[in-house]
Design a binder for this molecule. Structure first.
Ligand SMILES: CC(C)(COP(=O)(O)OP(=O)(O)OC[C@H]1O[C@@H](n2cnc3c(N)ncnc32)[C@H](O)[C@@H]1OP(=O)(O)O)[C@@H](O)C(=O)NCCC(=O)NCCS
Length: 234
């Protein structure tokens, strides 16, 4: 959960938007609402995360990750951020159906979590969350990146949203089946039962001969062009 200081920073940043930005945001919200009416009983709203959302946020993430290469990346507390951040929720009449957290570090921002409930996928929810977060990022942010493994839906989504792949590296899991050759542990501890490691992509073929669980982790990058602020139209 974000600290009170982080919450205060986030609120300051949200309140710090200009009149012209607020006007454009209002038009965007109006457009999103119009789109959602077309979806009948799944009326969607996109809003900021609240502390009371935590359990439903965790459930949405857990269920959406179930069929992905992140199936065992289970969180029991929501991520909190040291830097400025944007935390969005997509909610319909069935509850929280989408989550998007972005952390900001200078002119770069990173997607920490994006997930849509399995029953609500392919309805444009992740795209709307992205649209909204791009709107809310400070103008000083010029790039948004994300890291993901090989799951087809995630890679297809990043590509369809305009991200391009920038680099790859490996996530390597050691387990009992892969043996413990080369591992050392402090005195008194057993050999590792499991281990999770990073490795350069160049070692993929060699490591696949030894470890049965290896994921290729990709960095996706979206350059954010400067905004053309057309200001209020009325
Ligand atoms: C990736 C994810 C967030 C996409 O959410 P979504 O709301 O279903 O995505 P959208 O409806 O906005 O999809 C927009 C476009 O992305 C592409 N896309 C999304 N899911 C896809 C899939 N399963 N297969 C192929 N293309 C897909 C399509 O081009 C789609 O447009 P279309 O439906 O008109 O063809 C969702 O699949 C998810 O939660 N996956 C599990 C969690 C995860 O992998 N998170 C990201 C990595 S950490």
């Amino acid at each position: 959960m974000p600290s009170p200081l982080q919450r205060q920073k986030s609120a300051q940043y949200t309140e710090g938007i200009s009149h012209a930005q607020l006007h454009r945001r209002t038009r965007l919200f109006a457009q999103l609402r119009a789109d959602d009416v077309d979806r009948g009983d799944t009326m969607l709203s996109i809003r900021e995360y609240r502390a009371s959302d935590e359990r439903r946020w965790l459930m949405c993430r857990l269920l959406s990750f179930f069929d992905t290469e992140y199936y065992d990346d289970v969180k029991i507390r929501k991520t909190s951020f040291a830097n400025d951040h944007v935390e969005l929720i997509a909610e319909n009449n069935k509850g929280i159906v989408g989550i998007l957290d972005v952390e900001i570090d200078g002119d770069a921002a990173t997607i920490d979590s994006i997930a849509v409930h399995p029953d609500a996928q392919r309805q444009g929810i992740a795209s709307k969350l992205l649209h909204e977060v791009l709107w809310r990022l400070p103008e000083s942010v010029t790039s948004l990146d994300a890291w993901t493994r090989g799951t087809e839906s995630a890679n297809a989504w990043y590509t369809s949203a305009g991200f391009t792949e920038n680099q790859r590296y490996l996530h390597v899991y050691q387990d009992e089946g892969s043996g413990d050759h080369g591992f050392e542990t402090p005195a008194g501890l057993s050999r590792p039962v499991t281990a999770f490691m990073h490795a350069p992509i160049e070692l993929e073929d060699t490591l696949r001969g030894r470890y049965s669980r290896i994921h290729v982790c990709r960095q996706y990058l979206l350059e954010i062009p400067p905004r053309t602020d057309d200001g209020p139209t009325s």
